[in-house]
Structures are given as structure tokens and as C-alpha cells.
Design a protein around this ligand. Structure first.
Ligand code: C2E
Ligand code: MG
Ligand code: MG
Length: 605
């Protein structure tokens, strides 16, 4: 398909040029061969040279200048032409003028000249013949002008498209670059870390993941303000850079969490490094002329001993770090020390999740999606909650991967969709007829057998308008375009909308995105978090919004926590927002209260 398009483009580019060249050559030859005097020959030659020069030059004033000289010579040679050559020569000049010059006026002028001169120079020709020729001149003048106009427009459109493509590609490159670095500290970010980690794993090198978290960061942030918090993070990043030698890769994972990936030969080397790291925090940092003390907790997981996938290694190191934080803090620990209790917990959760629905432990919270311009609640996102009878609330980021692993997610996802449709339908009936519902999908659910018809069945069962349903997919779910596009198209055929969730956190992003039939782009909350903290973060968000718009998508920003973020996003033209600033995910009765107030957030926007 691509080569076909490229050929059509090329043809549009070169057709006018071919027409111009062939016409100019045949006109020159016609004129030279049909004039009889040497003066006539000279005019014809001047015409040939100047017209070819006018085709080749670029500046418009020069093009016009050379064309004028050429045509003055040509018209001087004209009376010498034999009558039988005249007709073809007249038509050829009209073609040439129409294609050569961007304005139709010279064509009209030449046609007018022919209408005037023909009966004067060849008075002996019959009036009927003259009339036929002059009629032909007029019709040809109109036809050639229209044809040239059409080609010119096609060409312009092509150039504009090429320009847009170039801009988009440039933005893509810029975004991809910015997306790999943390703007606050200049360190590689989470995406970069995962890429590095997966590459190292592919090379089968023994690897240690050191997950480091500052123990007093929240305290500094709360007591001394965000600016001091940011300064501390920058200083800690500089401090950690001393430890990142050729065998270690340092990245900022999120907030006050940093990760070191280190290759090693003996486990003691890593223990020694962790020991030195923990001790190195004994000295204070100097923030805003004050001494700030902070300690660190480090969880360590090892490849290949603990796990063989990057995500799992990070998760294990993170969990180990938390187990230190729950205790004395300020220390390090290996995952193998907590492995047994953690694995037991995982197995238990994975088992319990099967019966969680029937035991009534699952519920759905809703988070409003607000139109930034007006503050009106446009819809809600359904977010699943699990309150385990013994262990209390379990975060969806924890249990959804477990449900995904053992396949329960398909049943769970359908339960969420049905419950949420029923709930939102009742809000429609209570007077919020246009309220939309966004539901998250997981990959296993998306790829389950007959997924679109399962969704449609639920919509029918709950009498829910498909046009008010938005299904949220992620970039990683869409990697196999041939597989996902037909599913998405089938859903869209029934009016269901598709959003791309957590945008910016996937790896292959834009190239894949362009091929999907999407409606909304949801910017991940990690971008929003730094939106107002520095200029380059803001420019990433702005770029994503612009890219979304250039793909005809509406943009939703997640994780809005402050009024300043709302202000910035409105200025960037972002249509919708979601976040704690407006409302945390809440149980249905709280959402009902909000819906009754409807414009509650007007004052906040
Ligand atoms: P998500 O779809 O990106 O959902 C938004 C998450 O951001 C929610 O976390 C929400 O509580 C949180 N959030 C919203 N506003 C703010 C804010 O201002 N600041 C911060 N820091 N966070 C905010 P939650 O509920 O923990 O859900 C996490 C993820 O779990 C969701 O991310 C979604 O990917 C997944 N999930 C939740 N429910 C379902 C479900 O029913 N099915 C599937 N497959 N996945 C679900
Ligand atoms: Mg979501
Ligand atoms: Mg999201």
C-alpha cells in the first residue's frame, strides 16, 4: 500500500513538469520550423531559450520575467506562422502558460490576444472557420486553467501533508527522547530503566536490582515545601551518581525512589555496595541553608535467582524495601530474606481472588472525569476495589496482575463492566442522561474469545447506550496491531469509544498509536505530577496534547492534584481532567452527591 501511495505522490509531483517540458519543446520546434524569415527564426529561438530558462528557475519574479520575454518574442514571431500551424501553436501556448505560471491571468491575456489578432492577420479565412478556432481558444483556455489549478492544489496538499508528517516525526523523536529522562534530576527515568533491565536480562548477565527509597522525604516536602523537596531529590541524585560506576546503571524510578542496576560476580559485592550506600547517607544535605538529614532503605532482588522478568525483579525489590520501611528503616535487605512470607502471601491472594466476587469483597469506586473549560462532570471511570476479609484493602496495582496471571481477570472484568453499567444507568435515569462510563480493560480480557460480543451482551442486558461507554486500553495491549485493530473496529462499529490509558509509559507509543481507531488519549499521571515543577516537563505534556490533537484525539489528563495544573492544562488546550483535585475515586453514594451538585467544580476550574 505504501509504495502505491508514494508512486501516486510522485506522479502528482512530476506530471505538471512533464506537461510543461513537452509543450515547451513542441511549441519551440513548431514555431522554429514554421517561420520563414531569419527575424522570425530569431524570435522563435529567443522564445525557446527563455521559456526553458523560466521553467528551470525557482524565484517567482524571475520566472515571470523570463516568461514575459519569451512570450513577447513568441508573439512577434506569430504573424509569420503559416495558418495551418497556428491552431496547434495557439493551444500549446495556452497549456504552457496555464501550467507554467501560478496565475490564470496570462492565459486569459494570451487568449484575448489570439481573439484579437487572428481575424486581423488572416482576414482571408472564412468567418465560420475563424469562429470555430476562436471558440476552441476559449474552451481550451478554460479547460487548461482548470486542469492546472487542480494539479497545483494536489501538489500543495501533498507538500502540506509532507510538512505535517515531518513535524510529527520531529515531535515523536523529541518526545521519545524526553520520555527517557527524568526532567527534575536529569537521570534516566523508569522507561529507560526498564529498557536497560530487559536488555541486561536478555544477555543473561547476573544482575542486582537495588531499590532505594528516602526515609524522610515526605517529611522534608511537608515541612520545607516542594521546592526544598525538589532540591533534595536533585542532591540525592548527584550523591548517588558517585556510586553508579561502569557496572551500575542509575535511574529515578518515581518520587523519592531510585534504582541501581548492578552487574556482579559475588553476592557479597552487592551487600558491600548496599552497606556503603546506606552509610553514605549519614552526612547531611544542605538545602536552603539548612542541614537536612535523611536515611535510605534499600531492597535488593537478584537475577536470575529471584525472578527472570524485569517487572517482577523490580516488584520484589520494591516489596523488600517496604518490608524495611515497615520495620526500623535505614538499612538494606535481600528479597531472599522475605521470599517465603511474600510468596505465601501471593499464593494466598491469587487463590482468594477467585472467590472474592461471591464473597462480596469486590466493589467499584468511581472517579469523575471533568471538562476543564467548564468544570462540568462529563463522566466517571470505574475503578475496582478489593477489601480482603483478613488482609484489608489490597491495591488494584497489586491484585490485577495476579488476576491476570491466573485468568480470573476475564470474569472480574466482566463483573466490573456489568456492575458499572447498571450503576451509571441508574444515574442516567436520575437525570444525568449524558454521563459517560470509562472501564479499564486488561490484556487477557481484551484477547478473550468473542470479546466484542461479550461487551455488547452486557450492554444489552443492562440497557446501556454503547455511545456512552469508553473502554480503556494501554499501549502495551496494542502491540499486535493486526490482532487488535479488528477488535477495536468491531467495538467502534457499535458506537463504543476507545481511550488509550496511561499514555507515555509504554515503549513503542506513537508508531503503533497512529494505526489504531482511537477517540481519547489519557496522559499518565506521572507526567502531570511534574507539570508545574519545571519548564521541560510542561513542554512534554504540551507536546503530548498537541500530538493527540494532530491525530484527532481528545485529551484527558490523569492525576491532577492542584489548581495550577488545571490552569496549565487549560492553557495547553487539554479538554478533560481527572484527579484528586476534583475528587478521589469514591463509592457510588458520594458520586451521587456530586452529581446532584453538578457544577461543584466550577469554582475549582
Ligand atoms: P488507571 O486506569 O490509570 O486509573 C487511575 C489511577 O490513578 C487510579 O488508581 C486512581 O486512584 C489514581 N488516581 C486518580 N487521580 C489521582 C491523583 O490525583 N493522584 C494520584 N497519585 N493518583 C490518582 P487505582 O484505583 O489504584 O488503579 C490503578 C490501576 O489499576 C488503574 O490505573 C487501572 O490500570 C487498574 N484498574 C483499576 N480498576 C480496574 C479494572 O476494573 N480492570 C482492570 N483491568 N484494571 C483496573
Ligand atoms: Mg484507567
Ligand atoms: Mg491511567
Amino acid at each position: 500500500m505504501k509504495w502505491k501511495q508514494a508512486w501516486i505522490k510522485r506522479l502528482i509531483q512530476i506530471t505538471p513538469l512533464i506537461v510543461i517540458f513537452l509543450t515547451a519543446i513542441s511549441l519551440s520546434l513548431n514555431t522554429i520550423s514554421s517561420v520563414s524569415s531569419s527575424q522570425g527564426h530569431m524570435f522563435a529561438l529567443v522564445f525557446a531559450v527563455f521559456i526553458l530558462a523560466s521553467i528551470l528557475v525557482k524565484p517567482l519574479w524571475l520566472k515571470y520575467g523570463l516568461a514575459v520575454v519569451a512570450f513577447v518574442s513568441f508573439f512577434n514571431a506569430l504573424p509569420e506562422l503559416s495558418f495551418d500551424k497556428l491552431i496547434s501553436v495557439m493551444y500549446l501556448t495556452l497549456v504552457l502558460l496555464a501550467f507554467l505560471l501560478p496565475s490564470p491571468i496570462p492565459v486569459f491575456a494570451a487568449a484575448g490576444y489570439y481573439l484579437y489578432i487572428t481575424p486581423i492577420v488572416w482576414p482571408e479565412e472564412s468567418p465560420a472557420m475563424l469562429q470555430a478556432i476562436l471558440g476552441g481558444v476559449i474552451i481550451n483556455m478554460i479547460l487548461y486553467s482548470l486542469l492546472a489549478f487542480y494539479f497545483r492544489n494536489l501538489r500543495k496538499e501533498n507538500v502540506a501533508n509532507a510538512k505535517l508528517n515531518a513535524q510529527l516525526n520531529e515531535a515523536l523523536l523529541q518526545l521519545e527522547h524526553m520520555a527517557y529522562y527524568d526532567t527534575l534530576t536529569g537521570l534516566p527515568n523508569r522507561q529507560s530503566l526498564m529498557k536497560h533491565l530487559n536488555t541486561d536480562i536478555a544477555q543473561q548477565k547476573p544482575l542486582a536490582v537495588l531499590f532505594l527509597d528516602l526515609d524522610q522525604f515526605k517529611h522534608v516536602n511537608d515541612m520545607m515545601g516542594h521546592r526544598a523537596g525538589d532540591q533534595l531529590l536533585r542532591d540525592v541524585a548527584d550523591h548517588l551518581r558517585h556510586f553508579a560506576d561502569s557496572s551500575c546503571f542509575l535511574a529515578r524510578y518515581a518520587g523519592d525512589e531510585f534504582v541501581l542496576l548492578c552487574s556482579y560476580r559475588r553476592e557479597e559485592e552487592i551487600a558491600d555496595l548496599a552497606e556503603r550506600l546506606v552509610r553514605s547517607f549519614q552526612n547531611p544535605f544542605h538545602i536552603e541553608h539548612k542541614q537536612v538529614y535523611t536515611t535510605s532503605s534499600i531492597g535488593i532482588s537478584l537475577f536470575p535467582e529471584d525472578a527472570e522478568e524485569g517487572e517482577t525483579l523490580i516488584q520484589y525489590a520494591d516489596k523488600t524495601m517496604y518490608s524495611i520501611k515497615r520495620g526500623d528503616k535505614n538499612g538494606y535487605r535481600f528479597f531472599s530474606d522475605i521470599k517465603n512470607e511474600e510468596l505465601l502471601r501471593q499464593v494466598r491472594l491469587a487463590n482468594d481472588i477467585r472467590s472474592a466476587i461471591t464473597k462480596n469483597e469486590m466493589s467499584i469506586h468511581y472517579q469523575p472525569l471533568v471538562e476543564l473549560e467548564t468544570g462540568v462532570i462529563r463522566g466517571v471511570e470505574a475503578l475496582l476495589r478489593w477489601t480482603h476479609s483478613d488482609m484489608g484493602p489490597i491495591a488494584p496495582t497489586h491484585f490485577i496482575p495476579l488476576a491476570e496471571q491466573n485468568g480470573v481477570i476475564v470474569e472480574l472484568g466482566e463483573w466490573v463492566l456489568e456492575e458499572a453499567c447498571r450503576q451509571v444507568k441508574s444515574w442516567h435515569e436520575a437525570g444525568n442522561a449524558k454521563l459517560t462510563l470509562a472501564v479499564n480493560l486488561s490484556i487477557r480480557q481484551f484477547k478473550s474469545l468473542n470479546f466484542p460480543s461479550r461487551v455488547l451482551n452486557i450492554l444489552e442486558k443492562t440497557d446501556f447506550d454503547p455511545a456512552l461507554l469508553e473502554l480503556e486500553v494501554t499501549e502495551s495491549m496494542m502491540q499486535n496491531v493486526e490482532e487488535s485493530v479488528p477488535i477495536l473496529n468491531e467495538l467502534k462499529r457499535h458506537g463504543i469509544k476507545i481511550s488509550i490509558d496511561d499514555f507515555g509509559t509504554g515503549y513503542s507509543s506513537l508508531s503503533v498509536l497512529g494505526q489504531l481507531p482511537l477517540d481519547y488519549l489519557k496522559i499518565d499521571r506521572s507526567f502531570t505530577k511534574e507539570l508545574t515543577s519545571d519548564v521541560s516537563s510542561a513542554s512534554i505534556v504540551r507536546l503530548i496534547i498537541d500530538i493527540g490533537h494532530s491525530m484527532n484525539l481528545q485529551v484527558i489528563c490523569e492525576g491532577i492534584e492542584t489548581g495550577r495544573e488545571v490552569e496549565a492544562l487549560r492553557q495547553f488546550g487539554c479538554e478533560y481532567g481527572q484527579g484528586y483535585y476534583f475528587q478521589r475515586p469514591s463509592p457510588p453514594n458520594e458520586i451521587e452527591r456530586l452529581l446532584d451538585l453538578k457544577q461543584l467544580h466550577q469554582s475549582k476550574v
